[in-house]
Ligand binder design. Sequence first.
Ligand SMILES: [Zn+2]
Length: 335
Amino acid sequence: MLSGAGPCASRFGEPITLNQRISTMTETQCVYCHPQQETVLWQDDRCRVLLVEGSNFTGWCRVVWNQHHAELSELSEDDGNHIMAVTREVERVIREQMHPVKMNLASLGTALPHLHWHLIPRYTDDSHFPEPIWVPPLQDAVRHPLPENFSETMTARLKRRFPRAPEGEHRLFVIMGVSGSGKSALSQQLSQRYGIACLDGDYLHSRENIAKMASGAALDDADRAPWLKALSDAAWAMQRTNPCSLVVCSALKKRYRDILRAGNPGLRFLFLDGRYEVIEQRLKARKGHYFRPEMLDSQFAALERPGASETDVIAIDIEQSLEDVVTHCATHLFD
Ligand SMILES: [Zn+2]
C-alpha cells in the first residue's frame, strides 16, 4: 500500500515543507532512493530493514521508509502502524540474538527526507556507554561479535511476521465458528496487521432479518438464504480487486458454507475450533457484550463440524493466545 509521493518526486500545489526543501536538495543524491551499497535484510513495498555495517556497534539495524516522508505523523495511520510494527519486531530479534543491556531507538534523519529508525544494541563496555553513540567516544570499545545467522534469523522472522501473498493470486477466506470463538477479534487483527480487506457478514443482513433477531426470534434457513447469497456475491467482488480478502460469517452448517462456496472457486474457511468450556469461559469474562452464555448451547447444537470431505476448511485451534492464533492464520493466508 504505497502512499504519498513517489521516490524523489516533487509535490506541487502544497505548501513548501522542510521535507520538500530537503527533497529538492537531495533528489539526485538521495542514498535511500539510489543506494550505492546497502545490506537489505528484509523489505516490502513500504519499508526495508538494513544492517549497518562498518561500525563498532554490531547488530545496528535501520528501518527505512521507502518514500519521501520524513515524519511519522505524515504517514497514514496504517502506514505509521506498519513501520512501527516492523521496528518493534526488529528490536525484538536484536534483543533475542544479542542480549544488549539496552536498546537505543532513534529517528533522526535531518539530512534525508526518509523516515528511518535506528536500532542500536548497547552494552556497558561499548565505546560510548552510557552516552548516546552520536557524541565522541568515552572509552575503548569491546566489540560484540554479530551472532552467526543473525541476518538469516532477522530475515526469516520478518518474513514470517509480515508475510506477503504470492503475486497474481487473489485469496479469499471465510472466518467461521460459533459466537464467542473470536472471529471479530481475529479478523480485526489480520486486517490491521496485514492490510487485508475484511467484511463482517452481519453488515449484509436485511432490515427484516435484523428486526426479526431484535425481536428475539431466531432466523430460519429461508431468512438466511438471501443473506448468504449476498455475502457470497460480496466475497466474489472483494477478491476481484484485493490480493487477500476475509469474510466473517459463523457458517455453522454445511449448506450455509455451500452457498458461500458457489461461484467462489478457491475460497477457503478458517474454522475457529475450541471446546465449549473454553468459549463459555471467555464469554463470561467479556464485559458489556450482549451475547448470553446460554446461547452457546444453541450455537454448538447448530454447528455441523466440517467433515473430511470439506477439504477447503482449515481448523484453527483457538485454545492458544490471540497472538498465536493470528500468526497461525497468517501462515495459511500467505502460504
Ligand atoms: Zn529519497
